[in-house]
Design a protein around this ligand. Structure first.
Ligand code: NAD
Length: 397
């Protein structure tokens, strides 16, 4: 299967002439001559990590039927290093031919959207979605629409572009709740990570009336059996996504960081870092369903063991793909700066996608991942056939 076994179309390894840091671009596939995927920066970032993430992006675009392939950028540098901004700027310069014509990138771990946009503006590429925007008949107008969408304010004091990924994960959780016939107010959830993804997920699940009983950040797990006051706790976060312990109410239990994984809940949502659930953690998991908000939070052997224990995992390339799907709907003109429309489209898409994955698990014995991969492969083949027949897939207004 192309989205499982195939090698990427292209791997680029770059070395910064000033610091010696390495950077990578992996294009897994091109559709409409384009590939999409964020640029991350972290000390220890590797080519194989970027390659796996690029493949993941190709799966996300296929599942959401977006007319674009998958790619990813990664730079092996600590984003807090004073040299980091210069490294990012030189990486963007070096990748310019791809960024100009074929690679649509965005924020990712260690690289906020405002920073990548600043660097793009400096090198004359306007915005990180440049390669797509330049295909529009009136690129200036499209650029204005995209900027308005990314910066539209939403209730809670944040921007649409920052919360939409977490909103999508929350909707995938509601898809599970509906498919299982659970009452929303009685459903309990544990979320690991309260940054962009985890924070948004917890906020919208709390808003929907679910009981978020456990929240973890890098400093530990906070637990309350009746449900936490999520908005109040999120309000105290610092810029690294950590809750201020001085402002945590006294009736909230403070547990070790890993305790979130063993919370007795209906749904566990790892939304922090990769490979947080490995084989040794599997026996401790007490949730009925896991939803992957982070990229690859569960190792393949751990997922097999979870399946043996009867715990289905909604895979990352479905659950956390709201962010990329929404960005492309914005480019394609399906949504705009109105958060109500964006939330409605994303809700409908997620609520439609999740129940068939659980039905495949319940009745055919497929894991949700296998069922979603089969869907992605089918879409991928359809796109290839359309392109081979000369039917253009991309139209950016
Ligand atoms: N931001 C996006 O739009 C987006 C989209 C799709 C997928 N993702 C994926 O979601 C994950 C999280 O990304 P983010 O943008 O929310 O990151 P972030 O930096 O905003 O937040 C990370 C959070 O995880 C916490 N954390 C770190 N290590 C932890 C640990 N060991 N235990 C518990 N908590 C820990 C931090 O304290 C913080 O609250 C990543 O895997 C990322 O690739 C992000």
């Amino acid at each position: 299967m192309a989205l499982v076994d195939r090698d990427p179309l292209m791997r680029v390894i770059w070395t910064d002439s000033v610091t010696g840091c390495n950077g990578y671009l992996v294009v897994h596939s091109l559709v409409s001559g384009l590939a999409t995927g964020g640029t991350r920066m972290r000390a220890g970032c590797t080519l194989s990590e970027v390659e796996a993430l690029a493949r993941g992006m190709a799966r996300k675009t296929a599942v959401f039927d977006l007319p674009v392939g998958g790619a990813k950028g990664g730079i092996d540098c600590d984003p807090k290093d004073p040299a980091a901004r210069g490294v990012l700027s030189r990486f963007v310069q070096a990748m310019r031919p791809w960024l100009d014509a074929h690679w649509v990138t965005a924020e990712d771990l260690g690289v906020p959207q405002h920073l990548i946009d600043e660097v793009f503006a400096e090198v004359g590429l306007h915005q990180s979605y440049h390669a797509a925007i330049r295909r529009a008949p009136d690129a200036e107008r499209t650029l204005r629409r995209v900027r308005a969408g990314l910066n539209a304010p939403v209730p809670g004091g944040l921007l649409l572009g920052d919360v939409v990924g977490g909103y999508g994960v929350a909707q995938s959780c509601l898809g599970v709740v509906h498919a299982r016939g659970w009452a929303q107010e009685e459903t309990t959830v544990a979320v690991q990570g309260v940054g962009t993804m985890g924070g948004g997920t917890a906020y919208y699940l709390h808003e929907a009336g679910l009981k978020v009983v456990a929240l973890a950040d890098a400093a530990g797990t906070l637990f309350h059996p009746d449900g936490l006051d999520v908005p109040a706790l999120l309000e105290t976060r610092d810029r690294f996504g950590e809750i201020d312990r001085a402002q945590v109410p006294p009736d909230v239990q403070r547990l070790p960081r890993e305790a979130v994984l063993s919370a007795e809940v209906d749904v566990l949502i790892p939304a922090a870092v990769s490979f947080t659930i490995k084989a040794p953690q599997v026996p401790e998991v007490a949730a009925k369903v896991i939803i992957e908000a982070a990229n690859t939070p569960i190792t393949p052997d751990a997922e097999e063991m979870l399946a043996t224990r009867g715990i289905p995992v909604i895979p990352d390339f479905v659950a956390n793909a709201g962010a990329v799907a929404w960005a492309w709907w914005l480019l394609l003109g399906r949504v705009d700066a109105d958060p109500v429309l964006s939330f409605q489209v994303l809700r409908e898409e997620m609520l439609a996608k999740i129940p068939p994955l659980l039905a495949a698990w319940d009745t055919e014995g497929h894991t949700p991942r296998t069922a979603a991969l089969l869907l992605a492969e089918r879409r991928n083949e359809e796109n290839r056939a359309a392109e081979a027949a000369g039917r253009g897939l991309l139209s950016i207004p």
